[in-house]
Design a protein. Structure first.
Ligand code: CO
Length: 205
């Protein structure tokens, strides 16, 4: 069995550091969580939600899966959105993709016989819908980057169209859904919400 004692040791050091910097921090978190944001991101180890937006525990409710998808029939994602908005009162939802996403890249390659290829069919559908735009991009790396962006914009629309957020909006609650993309090469986030309007309207991108 792998010895993970160094991780437990690092945890003790982290907890002590947090408590030293912010006395009473864990006691405060024990009684409640009141996150202000729901983060829907990729499982990729290089894109840790809290770290890249500089927020401590308690501030971000997080859902991550391969290629940051929001599939209408995915009970995991839908339950997370419902809990975050209805129970925790989150009003800002961030869908964050990232350049260099292995899931997005795989969706542009021939299908393989893996479980994950079933999941990535959702990305293939987006690539199929924007086939002409994507084929115009000659550089394969830039094509993957563009599909990363189109995927984020599409997932933002999925969140906006999900019955949970539609109902809350009809009740007058303002649910804002943001589309961001993270570049693992420079550590910076970019807001691509402007692309969402075009994707929602099925306009050329
Ligand atoms: Co990824």
């Amino acid at each position: 069995m792998t010895d993970l004692s160094h991780l437990l040791q690092q945890n003790r050091e982290w907890a002590a550091r947090m408590e030293a910097e912010r006395p009473g921090f864990f006691r405060m978190l024990r009684s409640q969580q009141r996150p202000r944001y729901l983060w829907i991101g990729c499982s990729d180890s290089r894109v840790p939600a809290n770290e890249i937006i500089g927020l401590p525990p308690g501030e971000v409710f997080v859902h991550r899966n391969v290629a940051n998808l929001v599939v209408h029939s995915d009970l995991n994602a839908i339950s997370t959105i419902e809990f975050a908005t209805r129970v925790l009162g989150v009003t800002d939802i961030i869908v964050c993709g990232h350049y260099g996403c292995g899931g997005i890249k795989a969706a542009l390659e021939p299908v393989q016989d893996r479980i994950v290829d079933h999941w990535l069919r959702h990305v293939r559908d987006i690539a199929k819908f924007y086939r002409e735009e994507l084929e115009e991009i000659e550089d394969p790396a830039l094509r993957v980057r563009r599909l990363c962006e189109l995927n984020v914009a599409t997932q933002v629309v999925h969140v906006q169209e999900s019955p949970v957020t539609v109902e809350l909006r009809e009740k007058g609650q303002d649910i804002r859904v943001h589309g961001w993309i993270y570049d693992v090469a420079d550590g910076l986030l970019r807001d691509i919400t402007s692309l969402v309007d075009k994707v929602r309207a099925r306009e050329p991108v």
